[in-house]
Write a protein that binds this ligand. Structure first.
Ligand code: GLN
Length: 530
């Protein structure tokens, strides 16, 4: 029988509800429970796949190919369970499904309404994920802030769900901001009280309130919140700003979160914190700095590259170095200024992206890295950039480009022949695919294995028409689809580390299990002497 935890947020957005949900998931896993997580996003997009990364942050791709909210990346990194397409639900997806059923006559002529039709759709999504995952505990985060119009059907659905499965099997956690007023040097509980009252007016009485503040808001404030919000005193848990995300589970444990969650849900296992403590010890004992440049076009919002940043961090724990990121806007780098822009940089990473803007700058950064033997990791678009750069400057295909930027006879990157002519929406390669690695390559050394599986999210591919020309010029095709047809990874034979991968290794990196490619990249960058 699955137990359900629902996490809501109050007062302001951006409180780190996702980190709380993910941290609780890890703590329950450390107690030996099977944990699943899902997120409800009240916006109207069907999924975040088409949203601008500089507005919404990165799109996190699951193993089964769903394009989801970046919070799911936190769940996977903290809980270390592969999530599925049933892990992210938006209002758009709910309405889409209800309206399709209505058009198909599935409601048998009834008046279709928010309650019960939309709420039933949401409830069945929760139940479906519980059944699919067979989790002991399923954590559901409701995006947005209490009081938002869009989130109301989701709140009504979880209220009903709790009475359907029994209140003993459900727990409501409300994460609230507790602001600090510097003039009077005190923390204030009133916003938390108001937002809890608003939640209670929707029929949901939180069992646990998490106070989010920079410093400790103090026992007196917690007691006051408990009294005014009808929550047990030990169920008001303090969540202060931590130096590193991965310290949050330990902090919440120390403040009693998993203890009260288990007590309220009737779960008995003990918590074994040792593996997580070891991780935090490794994080804190790093020495020295390795400087890595990320050259992309969405650098104005670092969340656009969240999983890449986290993967670099994970690798830095294993390589016992601190990674310092230099953000470089690819529209601002050229062959002429690359040396200045990349001064002091020990590794260059060109991440994924869409469209033409900024790609010439990425090519300039890639060229500088290759010619100066600075470790280069090209991810998805970054791999395509490496192929174009190599074609132009080594294989003498001076007008080499991608079919995404310009249609020409020198599209070294292009749609596969069977993709041509199809509408854009249907042609993305999404989710995990196997990749066969050629022995004795940089890739083979990095992964220590000749068959790997990584997640994809792209439309264009290496154009096989140029395979001979590029390999004759020295490009090494170090990874392909198992049938050899699709080029998945390329590298040069003479650089210490120069790899482009068509997939996204950042989605499988975990704090205590860094992705091998990132680990090899950071390890190699650490050795760069400037
Ligand atoms: N725009 C490129 C493509 O569609 C790369 C996509 C990416 O980097 N995720 O193939």
């Amino acid at each position: 029988m699955t137990k359900y935890v629902f996490v809501t947020g109050g007062v302001v957005s951006g409180l780190g509800k996702g980190i709380v949900a993910a941290s609780l998931g890890r703590l329950l896993k450390l107690r030996g429970y099977k944990v699943a997580a899902q997120k409800f996003d009240p916006y109207m997009n069907i999924d975040p796949g088409t949203m601008n990364p500089t507005q919404h942050g990165e799109v996190f791709v699951t193993h089964d190919g769903a394009e989801t909210d970046l919070d799911l990346g936190h769940y996977e990194r903290f809980i270390d369970e592969n999530l599925t397409e049933f892990s992210n639900l938006t209002s758009g997806k709910v309405f889409w499904s209800v309206l399709n059923k209505e058009r198909n006559g599935e409601y048998l002529g009834q008046t279709v309404q928010i309650i019960p039709h939309v709420t039933n759709e949401i409830k069945s999504f929760i139940a479906k994920n519980a059944k699919l995952t067979q989790a002991d505990v399923m954590i559901t985060e409701i995006g947005g802030t209490i009081g938002d119009i869009e989130s109301q059907p989701f709140l009504e659905a979880i209220r009903q769900f709790a009475s359907d499965v029994g209140r003993d099997n459900c727990l409501f956690i409300h994460v609230c901001l507790v602001p600090y007023i510097s003039g009077s040097d005190e923390y204030k509980s009133k916003p938390a009280q108001h937002s809890t009252k608003e939640l209670q007016a929707m029929g949901i009485s939180p069992d646990i309130i998490i106070t989010r503040s920079d410093g400790d808001c103090g026992e007196a404030i917690r007691k006051k919140i408990a009294l005014f919000c009808s929550v047990k005193e030990d169920c008001v848990i303090s969540n202060t700003t931590a130096d590193c995300l991965y310290e949050v589970p330990l902090m919440l444990h120390q403040n009693g979160l998993d203890k009260v969650v288990c007590r309220e849900l009737g779960l008995k296992n003990k918590c074994v914190l040792t593996p997580w403590k070891t991780l935090v010890k490794d994080i804190r004992s790093r020495k020295g700095v390795t400087k890595i440049a990320i050259v992309g076009k969405y650098v104005s919002l670092h969340d656009s590259y969240l999983s890449i940043v986290e993967s670099l961090n994970h690798a830095s724990y294993a390589c016992h170095t601190n990674v310092e990121i230099k953000w470089i806007d690819s529209e601002e780098i050229t062959d002429a200024n690359a040396k200045i822009k990349l001064t002091g940089v020990q590794g260059v990473l060109v991440p994924g992206g869409f469209g033409t803007r900024g790609t010439e700058g990425m090519i300039a950064a890639c060229r500088y890295a290759r010619e100066n033997d600075i470790p280069y990791l090209g991810i998805c678009l970054g791999m395509q950039i490496a192929v174009i750069e190599f074609a132009r400057h080594v294989a003498n295909i001076s007008d080499a480009t991608s079919g995404e930027f310009e249609k020409s006879d020198s599209n070294v990157i292009d749609l596969m022949p069977d993709q041509n002519g199809k509408i854009l929406g249907g042609t993305m390669r999404l989710g995990a695919y196997k990749c066969a690695i050629r022995p004795e390559t940089q890739m083979a050394r990095a992964y220590g294995s000749l068959l790997i599986e990584e997640r994809h999210r792209h439309r264009y591919e290496f154009n096989n028409d140029f395979r001979d020309a590029l390999t004759h010029a020295g490009l090494v095709i170090s990874g392909t689809s198992p049938d050899g047809r699709i080029v998945e990874t390329v590298e040069t034979p003479y650089n210490r580390f120069f790899i482009g991968v068509q997939f996204h290794p950042e989605f499988t990196s975990r704090p205590n299990k860094p992705n091998p490619l990132f680990k090899a990249f950071v390890g190699s960058a650490k050795e760069t002497r400037l």
